[in-house]
Write a protein that binds this ligand. Structure first.
Ligand SMILES: Nc1ncnc2c1ncn2[C@@H]1O[C@H](COP(=O)(O)OP(=O)(O)OP(=O)(O)O)[C@@H](O)[C@H]1O
Length: 325
């Protein structure tokens, strides 16, 4: 389902980054929207401030290859256990118990029929206020993600790219990127970068994503084509150096060249420490960004996990070949 974040965008931002009333800047436009609407979300979780130790989560799925106890072996980055969620307004149950563990350095893909709950899953991870978590747990970098508001999730290193990136009238792309970047640096106890230093940091990233410098002075996503918005999302990801990128249909609406650019940029950001969870309908994306695991979602659950051959089977035989019903 297409995200309606842009329709709900409630802020009217000042036209300049130097405006004094712009104190808390979340780390991407989607998160801006989420933060602005997250009071209901906070209610749902009653601000439980418990920190669930990672060790308490043991998910038995093919994607949960256990750490071998060697000091430098990959650590789990995201651990989702029996996650259930409903639509806040109607209480309709959408997620029926998701189990998934993603280790550092891993790329996972989630595929599934329209309406199977893929976007809902990603939005629940982002803390979208349209959904209430009704059960289960999500641990990110050893901390209880469900206790964090959307902005905190973003500061913690979670990046979400949504199907329909939001537009932010009155805020230039470069101001937005710099403020977002500095907000995370501040959280990390690092000194903010001034405009010139930031431009030096940004320039190679523009080249990697193949975005023209003229996009920096335009308002965030305003008037951008679908493909330009997706590239811009990846530019944000590159700037924020997130630990975990959740990319919801990053391939939709992209021409072949744009798809390759975006994929190349995502791949260039990959390190042994960060991970990607991508939602897609098409195997062609997996030719460019190669996942270690492909998960099939059906009716709000992961019903099957395999490697990329699962996506090939889907393409040939359709979802009936893997359906649980
Ligand atoms: N905010 C909402 N309000 C009402 N219904 C919703 C909302 N969010 C999700 N749904 C419903 O939940 C179900 C799962 O939607 P979701 O967008 O997660 O599916 P999806 O697997 O991402 O689909 P697609 O492949 O078409 O993008 C759908 O029936 C959808 O209509």
């Amino acid at each position: 389902m297409a995200s309606a974040f842009s329709l709900h965008f409630p802020f009217s931002f000042p036209s300049s980054s130097s405006h004094p009333s712009f104190p808390k800047l979340p780390l991407n436009p989607s998160i801006v929207t989420l933060s602005a609407t997250s009071s209901r979300f906070r209610h749902v979780h009653h601000s439980r401030r418990s920190r669930i130790p990672a060790a308490s989560i043991a998910v038995d799925s093919p994607s949960t290859s256990k750490s071998d106890g060697i000091e430098n072996s990959p650590k789990p980055l995201l651990e989702v256990k029996d996650l259930t969620a409903v639509i806040a307004e109607s209480k309709r149950k959408i997620l029926h118990g998701i189990n998934l563990v993603i280790y550092e350095g891993e790329v996972h893909a989630v595929m599934g029929k329209n309406g199977s709950g893929k976007s809902t899953f990603s939005k629940v991870l982002a803390g979208h206020p349209d959904y209430e978590v009704t059960g289960g747990s999500v641990v990110f970098k050893g901390e209880n993600l469900l206790d964090m508001d959307p902005e905190e999730r973003s500061h913690a290193g979670l990046f979400m790219s949504f199907q329909a990136p939001v537009e932010i009238p009155g805020v230039s792309n470069i101001d937005f990127l710099r403020m977002s970047y500095n907000a995370r640096r501040t959280k990390q106890g690092l000194k903010e970068l001034g405009p010139i230093e930031f431009y030096g940091f940004l320039s190679p990233k523009l080249a990697a994503v193949n975005i023209d410098t003229s996009f920096l002075d335009r308002n965030v996503n305003e008037g951008f084509s679908g493909g330009e918005k997706k590239r811009n999302e990846i530019l944000q990801l590159a700037v924020l150096e997130a630990d975990m990128a959740i990319l919801d249909e990053i391939d939709s609406g992209l021409d072949v060249d744009a798809l390759q650019d975006v994929a190349k940029a995502v791949n260039s950001l990959s390190t042994p420490k960060n991970s990607v969870l991508m939602i897609t309908h098409y195997r062609r994306l997996l030719d460019f960004i190669k996942p270690k695991y492909v998960h099939i979602m059906e009716d709000g659950r992961i019903i099957k996990t395999g490697d990329v051959s699962l996506a090939k089977q889907l393409e040939k035989e359709g979802y009936k070949a893997v359906s649980a019903v």
